[in-house]
Design a protein around this ligand. Structure first.
Ligand code: MN
Length: 344
């Protein structure tokens, strides 16, 4: 039964699934991050080069983060609003850096996908896709797509290489987190093709005032519980700052776990991070998501979404977040320690 899967056999299978298609829709996670954006651009390039397939990229939610907006502009990638699209119009549907049924993608999991390429732990719904490539040990989906591009001997345009470098860097925190040899190889292969100067501009894209206001809330609300920091950012337009704050606070001295929360359109969003090599943020996030919500991710970084039942007051929502916080603290070494503000 064990058939050896090589980059060549994977490419051949992808090739045959895409054969004959004039159009393909590539779906990425809600509020896509650089790895999702660049992976979609890479799959688009592959489909174009091998079959002349014209691809559109779609997602739910907005791209709020300045760096990600700059990346889309640079790639000249006009993403479409997933909710407004008629899926029937596309001959193929693919998904990258996400899987059907996951909490971070508003996509009907009963729609049969032709292609799923992702680096999150495999989900049951994914198995019904015609072509599936899920490798959870990879730090970035871009590293997987680099293999396809190089196996197919497709010349990688500068803009795409630059975007993929950014995807790998941001998903692995500069190859320091959850990265494997394959991520390093992809990075080294892409680097000579990329434009480092442009990448520098994207990474330091100008930030709106609202960014600093949200950051201030994150810092003001940050509470230290031993080696853990928890912060609730309150109501937000998009969940990106929740993840960013969780990353930033994890850099605090003597801290090995963070959990940040925010409320977006009737859902509580949680981002969990850990530097603990044995920590399983993904499992905790899944538990916090519960039966009504979603949760998942990797060992070191994960997220959950919990729906807020209709008619809840602000105070009741705060209490929901408090209870999630207690459960997080219990799961990461105990809730018997009292908290103190991070910033005096
Ligand atoms: Mn990713």
């Amino acid at each position: 039964m064990a058939r050896r899967v090589t980059p060549v056999t994977r490419l051949a299978r992808l090739w045959s699934v895409l054969a004959g298609a004039k159009t393909m829709l590539i779906v990425v996670q809600n509020n896509p991050d650089p790895d999702a954006i660049a992976a979609a651009a890479a799959l688009r390039e592959i489909a174009k080069q091998i079959h002349g397939t014209a691809c559109s990229v779609a997602h739910a939610g907005v791209v709020g983060r300045a760096e990600n907006k700059a990346l889309l502009d640079y790639l000249r990638l006009n993403t479409r609003e997933l909710e407004t699209l008629d899926l029937e119009r596309f001959e193929r549907i693919g998904m990258v850096d996400a899987q059907p049924g996951a909490g971070n993608v508003n996509f009907d999991p009963s729609v049969r996908l032709d292609v799923v390429i992702d680096h999150h732990p495999i989900r049951r719904e994914t198995r019904s896709a015609r072509f599936t490539d899920v490798r959870s040990r990879y730090g970035a989906t871009c590293s997987m797509l680099y293999e396809y591009l190089s196996t197919a001997q497709i010349e990688i345009p500068t803009r795409l290489a630059t975007a993929m470098i950014y995807g790998i860097r941001s998903d692995t925190q500069d190859l320091g987190r959850e990265s494997t040899k394959a991520d390093v190889e992809a990075y080294l292969g892409l680097y000579p093709l990329a434009n480092a100067r442009v990448l520098g501009r994207i990474v330091s894209a100008p930030l709106p005032n609202s960014y600093f206001s949200k950051l201030r809330v994150a810092l003001d609300q940050a509470m230290v519980y031993g080696n853990r920091i928890v912060s609730d950012l309150g109501e937000l337009d998009s969940p990106e700052m929740v993840a960013e704050a969780a990353d930033l606070l994890l850099r605090a001295e003597d801290v090995s776990w963070t959990m940040c929360s925010g409320v977006i359109e009737g859902w509580i969003h949680l981002s969990l991070r850990t530097t603990d090599r044995d920590g399983n943020a993904g499992r905790i996030a899944r538990n916090l998501g519960g039966r009504r919500g979603f949760g998942g991710g990797h060992g070191a970084l994960a997220a959950s979404q919990i729906p807020i039942p209709n008619g809840r007051t602000k105070r009741e929502v705060k209490n929901m977040i408090k209870s999630l916080t207690r459960r997080f603290l219990k799961a990461t070494g105990g809730d018997k320690v009292s908290g103190s503000p991070l910033c005096g």
